[in-house]
Design a protein around this ligand. Sequence first.
Ligand code: GLN
Length: 311
Amino acid sequence: MLLDIHRQLIDNGQGQVADYIPALASVDPSHFGLAIVATEGDIHSCGDADVPFTIQSVSKPFTLALVLEQFGEETYERVGTEPSGEAFNSIHLTADGKPFNPMINAGAIAMCGLMHDRYGDEAFDEIRRGYDRFAGSELGFDEDVYQSEISTAHSNRAIAHLMCHGNILSENVDGIVDLYTRQCSLTATATQLATMAATLANVGTNPVTHDSILSPVTVRDVLSLMFTCGMYDYAGKWAVEVGLPAKSGVSGDVLAVVNRQIGIGLYSPPLDDHGNSVRAIKSCIRLTEELGLHAFEFSNQGSSLLSVYLR
Ligand code: GLN
């Protein structure tokens, strides 16, 4: 199944690799990895599923999860829950000065603000340790991407200053933007991404290591926000066409969750006009159509028969 999808899409040359920093512009556009981890713990992968890439915005739901675990309802004093209908780096805030949601840069920076206020210089290690538990293995860090991102992070700094002005962020704007940029520069493989997704699918327990990390309420909130806001200004069409909670990143990664069933991790750098990976989107459309995975598909019965088809 995965092999068929890989074979059909490998020659698709549509899309452009992100080129706003040299370190991303120089990635190999032919890389294409797909991985699925079931809530029973079995792993299926194909193509370049072991090639590491910076996770970028796919970090957002995971920092949100860590924040919700620690701050609960207080989280929503700093961030809204409405889709913005705008690009990931939009500088637009709600009428009460909050970011629209935690899946766009403004909201993710606000979440980093909470972590930074609590942990200071230890905040990055705290976040990184959390991600390692979601993945069940250690993520890497791309120093080149981090250096280029931090030296050009003008628009993220501008959003952060605006939020500081509105009391959503504390004064330490540089430290908070640095934390956000570092979490985006962590590296994972498609297989690690699929395991992180499977931890969400498995209601907060990593299905491979059996590490219990998140409460069901946190998982419910994170999946709801991924469903409504995870794919930027393509979120609505994605909900209709694919119907899964998901998150994409500018490196060409996509993570999707089939609740209680599987986690999906994909990587292919060329992006469409919304900033989402072309091959990853097409793969998800094929997967959901063929396996009936859409959340509202009448044939999606949460069946473990899925694992039979995936082989
Ligand atoms: N590092 C990127 C940024 O903040 C991440 C954005 C993304 O993946 N869409 O601009």
